[in-house]
Design a protein around this ligand. Sequence first.
Ligand SMILES: [Zn+2]
Ligand SMILES: [Zn+2]
Length: 127
Amino acid sequence: MSDLSTARARVHAMLSDPDGLVTRELDARLDELLAAATAELESFRALELGDPDGRVSAACGDPSHPTWLRAKGDGRGCPWCRIAELEKLTPASIQTCTECGAGYTLGEACSVCEYRKWIAAEKGTTQ
Ligand SMILES: [Zn+2]
Ligand SMILES: [Zn+2]
């Protein structure tokens, strides 16, 4: 942008324009062109037709997964699919007790087994 400012300043200096009318008109026209070019660039970026740093956009078959940018040599698949895979691998919060077969919450003791242990302990103390 500083190059642009320098170029503008040079053009302004070359103009014989004491009232600044031509300068103002020129600046307005330049701003218009710049805005149009910026808008065009933005629309290209929105379409994800590529990236100036050499990355390419990629998308998987699932329309609910956003496109992502990856380096040209990067063969990794869709990160959103990967997240879904990992979520499936995450153990369900309700586990089945291997001892009594009852369901219990992951990270907690099986309440049926706990109850049986408690009963057994009670019987042990009363006998
Ligand atoms: Zn995906
Ligand atoms: Zn149990």
